[in-house]
Design a protein around this ligand. Structure first.
Ligand SMILES: C[S@@+](CC[C@H](N)C(=O)[O-])C[C@H]1O[C@@H](n2cnc3c(N)ncnc32)[C@H](O)[C@@H]1O
Length: 344
């Protein structure tokens, strides 16, 4: 590894959340792949680099050498919504490709992300198998559930797994304790003038509202279908537009009094920079972007953990500077101006 730079690969890259976070630390991505065509288009548009497709068709010998393997591996087999079928699910076995690549390329670090329910799928058996598979190829395993709400206004608990090659590093690695910025949905909301052109796809139908009302009634929830915008939002999932558990934001400009979050607002909740371009040459329907956004990792959280990984690799990293720089880039100018680490 030369001076303060490092290389990484971006498996199951989605729209590139890991890449945004690690490039902010001076990293260079040397390989990426995702089976989803829309994600690959958006990724290419933003990073000027075309990811390969399905990992099952990747020729491992063609992957250049690299320091860190990153992967937010497909989580459907592990989420509660996916029924917690774990490794018996067809997509559960995709994890094995990570092991194959690590075995062949021997990177210094594996940096993985998934949903916290991976910890208790099949009574913990699934995570046990993940850990065993990693340890069997000689890596140490460190893991922690971290909530992104400390940096961003979204309650998003995710499981981060950091694995070090033995003999080199890992003994003193610790996950970062994130500073609490106490941000709220209100901080990132766009003014009506900014969303006016997209207004038609932000207004739900009466049926869509009713579905959510019915769901909450049946589930005995008394808190209505609109978000409290003075606190962080609940986690935005990939099915945000369809999911009856998800909430609207208040909007006085239409009879229903609610609207969906704009995809740029969701990008802000996730910590995706304002200059990130959402683009789709297949269909210019902005509601397609929510799915990729709901799957994405939070780049500022990735950068914060990345700083601690790099410290362990012997690179002196100041967490505050790159993380704050990403946060400032991922919101409106007005909100960015009042962001400070000591705001708690
Ligand atoms: C949880 S998302 C990862 C999101 C990504 N980390 C980001 O920041 O946007 C999982 C991704 O795995 C991709 N995927 C699923 N099966 C795959 C396969 N067989 N090969 C490559 N990618 C796959 C999906 O298209 C999806 O984008």
């Amino acid at each position: 590894m030369a001076d303060s730079t490092f290389t990484f690969i971006d498996l199951f890259c989605g729209i590139g959340g890991f890449r945004i976070g690690l490039e902010a630390l001076g990293g260079t991505c040397v390989f990426s792949c995702d089976s989803n065509k829309l994600c690959r288009e958006i990724y290419k548009k933003n990073f000027h680099d075309a990811p390969k497709g399905d990992i099952r068709n990747v020729d491992i010998t063609g992957i250049p050498d690299f320091d860190i393997l990153t992967a937010g591996f497909p989580c459907q087999p592990f989420t509660k919504l996916g029924g917690q079928t774990g490794f018996s699910h067809k997509r559960g076995s995709i994890f094995e490709y990570i092991i194959e690549i690590a075995k062949a390329k021997r990177p210094k670090v594996l940096f993985l992300e998934n949903v916290p329910s991976l910890l208790n799928t099949n009574k913990g058996e699934c995570f046990k198998r993940v850990k065993e598979a990693i340890m069997a190829i000689g890596y140490s395993v460190h893991f922690e559930v971290i909530n992104g709400k400390y940096l961003l206004p979204q309650n998003r608990n995710r499981l981060y797994i950091v694995c070090f090659q033995p003999g080199i590093i890992g003994a003193s690695f610790e996950f970062p304790i994130l500073p609490e910025l106490k941000r709220s949905v209100r901080d990132i909301m766009m003014a009506h003038e900014e969303i006016a052109d997209d207004y038609q796809f932000l207004i739900p139908t009466e049926n869509q509202v009713q579905r959510r009302v019915d769901f909450r009634k049946q589930a005995g929830k008394k808190d209505g279908v609109t978000l409290n915008i003075d606190v962080p939002s609940p986690a935005i999932v990939s099915s945000y537009r369809k999911e009856r558990t998800q909430k609207f934001v208040p909007c006085e400009r239409n009879e229903l009094g609610v609207r969906y979050l704009h995809y740029r607002e969701v990008a802000r909740l996730q910590g995706i920079p304002e200059d990130f371009q959402f683009f789709c040459k297949f269909a210019k329907r902005p509601d397609m972007f929510y799915k990729c956004l709901g799957n994405c990792v939070m780049p500022p959280v990735i950068a914060a953990i990345g700083c601690h990984i790099l410290k362990e690799l012997g690179l002196e990293m100041n967490l505050e500077k790159p993380v704050m720089s990403l946060l400032v880039k991922a919101t409106s100018k007005k909100d960015a101006a009042k962001l400070h680490f000591e705001r708690n």
